[in-house]
Design a protein around this ligand. Structure first.
Ligand SMILES: *[C@@H]1O[C@H](CO)[C@@H](O)[C@H](O)[C@H]1NC(C)=O
Ligand SMILES: CC(=O)N[C@H]1CO[C@H](CO)[C@@H](O)[C@@H]1O
Length: 578
């Protein structure tokens, strides 16, 4: 057969591949579930995996592509599951491995992807590996970071001045082994030694284990703490330089973190994990598995997690620019800068992602004002790339008032009654509001692990389904708009029209032009879009309105004059394809 035919076949295959090329995650809508508070299936007042399974259809209803439930692996719960005892087992509080498998089966039927929250920086001190390491068993001896410390004038002191995030020395003396172990967090959370290839392989096996069980990827918790500086030839570690703004050696800010976070090796650990995913893919086929990594590092460092010139990294290094830097008074120029800065620093060929809420932050409506709930949902869902929504934000859930007596967050309980509210993450972790039934339909039991928010009778899924411009229905409408070619693959231009108004234009040649407009403040604004974007058609119509709008869906409007009501956000669509 002529080699020409083979070339044509190859070309055809190439074209098909290119058409199917946009991987599922690039414009996905991710949804973070906090399993303790999503749905309780047993009546004990704590959400569980069967509860998640029961509500997967709801995720489908609101157009979610993928969900990452916060950790549900076996844990003594010193830090609500971020301290893992067994990396390959479900905690009985959340269910069983069979429940997990059922959740996966249902998710696959509905085509909702499941991402596992993977917590690699440490294990629990009750983890079998730590016990064996402490006992000096050969294989496990160097699984964690051990050092005998120093004795000066008969007094023992820790190896360095490093401080734990939870206050006090990051080194804890272990009587059994007669050495200190390193813990950057709680003393019940010893840090792994990722310089030990056996530990890396052990973790790689954890990834393989869950891939085999069907997960679509991993969300990697606080990766920037994974490595510490390498020990010198004598096995010693250097002190970190002092910060001059505190003299309290127990305060986390006492030292400047140059040896305990953001070490140059850390992104390479992520590249290694990506390779595990690729290898699995090559063997098993199916849709692309992904890595989402959490790192609260400077933006230039975050970019390394995308990969380097020769190795792929995480598809989604979390973009915390909006969640970290925006506040109530931020003007449109600030929004514009933060968004464009990410897009311009991102290596070419990579995709953006946007985060505005999570289980560690106050509710969006409480941080920015309830009048801006739709604004942030519209922003997240019309920017290019993928959106990441924390459960309940689609309803506009607000922080609940939690009394001191009801407070359970260790971060708040460790402090004093006088200022616990500033520390507590409980207000954003209250049970999901499904209906106006008792306990908001979250449980059939007689109590809940955290109180249900006081406003649940007005703000819940069932009620919002029935109100045409509810936050929930706007969220669903946005998901439909996101399917449009201009939103999926179009270019994006993000511009501040003034201090008050932000504009996002999405367009792909041969399709409609979409423009989202955000009136951030409390005044009426008039915008001439021709002064903002060049080459616009004259006529637009409203593709999305909110309860702030005086115009209706499909009303016509000229590009030369668009009026925005206080806090109004809208999406316009050109009347013609361009
Ligand atoms: C990229 O990372 C890989 C894997 O860690 C490494 O082997 C390679 O040298 C790096 N390439 C560049 C150009 O830095
Ligand atoms: C890498 C990692 O797992 N980071 C986590 C380390 O532990 C603390 C305390 O549990 C978590 O809050 C971090 O997110």
């Amino acid at each position: 057969m002529a080699s020409g035919t083979a070339i044509i076949l190859l070309l055809a295959a190439g074209l098909l591949a290119a058409e199917a090329a946009a991987p599922w995650w690039k414009t996905a809508s991710f949804y973070q579930i906090y399993p303790r508070s999503f749905k309780d299936s047993t009546g004990n007042g704590i959400g569980d995996l069967n509860g998640v399974t029961e509500k997967l259809e709801y995720l489908k209803e609101i157009g979610v592509t993928a969900t990452w439930p916060s950790p549900f692996l076996k844990s003594p719960m010193a830090d609500f599951g971020y301290d893992i005892e067994d990396f390959k087992a479900v905690d009985p509080l959340f269910g069983t491995m069979d429940d997990f498998d059922r959740m996966m089966t249902r998710a696959k039927q509905l085509n909702v992807k499941i991402i596992l929250d993977f917590v690699p920086n440490h294990s629990s001190d009750e983890c079998d590996w730590f016990k064996r390491s402490a006992a000096g068993e050969a294989k496990y001896k160097d699984y964690y970071i051990w050092h005998p410390g120093f004795v000066e004038n008969g007094v023992r002191r820790p190896p360095t001045n490093w401080v734990s995030v939870f206050r006090g020395s990051a080194w804890e003396w272990h009587e059994g082994r007669q050495e200190y172990y390193l813990h950057q967090f709680h003393k019940k959370q010893p840090d792994f030694n990722f310089r030990n290839p056996v530990v890396r392989e052990e973790m790689n096996n954890v990834l393989r284990f869950w891939l085999e069980r069907g997960v679509d990827g991993f969300r990697v918790d606080a990766i920037y703490h994974a490595f510490e500086v390498e020990a010198d030839a004598n096995g010693n570690y250097p002190d970190e330089p002092r910060n001059d703004w505190t003299n309290d050696p127990d305060e986390y800010g006492y030292t400047h973190k140059i040896y305990t976070v953001d070490q140059p090796e850390t992104p390479h650990l992520v590249y290694e994990w990506r390779q595990i995913l690729e290898d699995f893919q090559a063997q098993h086929g199916g849709d692309e598995r992904i890595l989402m990594v959490e790192t609260w590092s400077p933006i230039e460092i975050v970019m390394h997690y995308y990969g380097n010139a020769t190795a792929e990294g995480a598809q989604i290094p979390f973009n915390f620019q909006l969640i970290s830097n925006l506040h109530r008074d931020s003007d449109a120029y600030h929004y514009e800068y933060l968004i464009n800065n990410w897009l311009s620093l991102m290596p070419s060929g990579k995709s953006a992602n946007w985060v505005i809420g999570n289980h560690d932050k106050n509710r969006v409506g409480s941080r920015f004002g309830a009048d801006r709930v739709d604004l942030f949902n519209i922003l997240l869902l019309t920017l290019p790339g993928c959106s990441i929504t924390y459960q309940g934000e689609e309803l506009g859930m607000l922080d609940a008032y939690i009394s001191w007596a009801d407070t359970v967050d260790p971060q708040a309980c460790n402090g004093a009654e006088a200022n616990y509210m500033a520390m507590s993450r409980d207000p954003a972790r209250t049970p999901m509001q499904w209906s106006d039934e008792k306990f908001a339909g979250f449980t059939t039991g007689s109590s809940t692990w955290l109180p249900v928010a006081q406003d649940y009778a007005q703000r819940n899924v069932r009620k919002e389904r029935g109100v045409s411009l509810s936050h929930l229905n706007i969220f669903k409408r946005l998901q439909q708009l996101r399917q449009e070619p201009s939103m999926q693959q179009g270019n994006a231009e993000i511009k501040a029209v003034s201090k008050y108004v932000l504009a996002v234009k999405r367009h792909m040649s041969g399709s409609y032009v979409y423009i989202s407009l955000f009136n951030i403040f409390n005044s009426i604004e008039n915008v001439n879009l021709n002064g903002v974007f060049s080459g616009l058609p004259d006529n637009f119509q409203y593709a999305l309105v909110t309860d702030k709008s005086i115009r209706q869906l499909s009303d016509k409007v000229s590009a030369g004059s668009v009026t925005l009501m206080p806090h109004e956000s809208i999406v316009l669509r050109s009347t013609e394809m361009l």
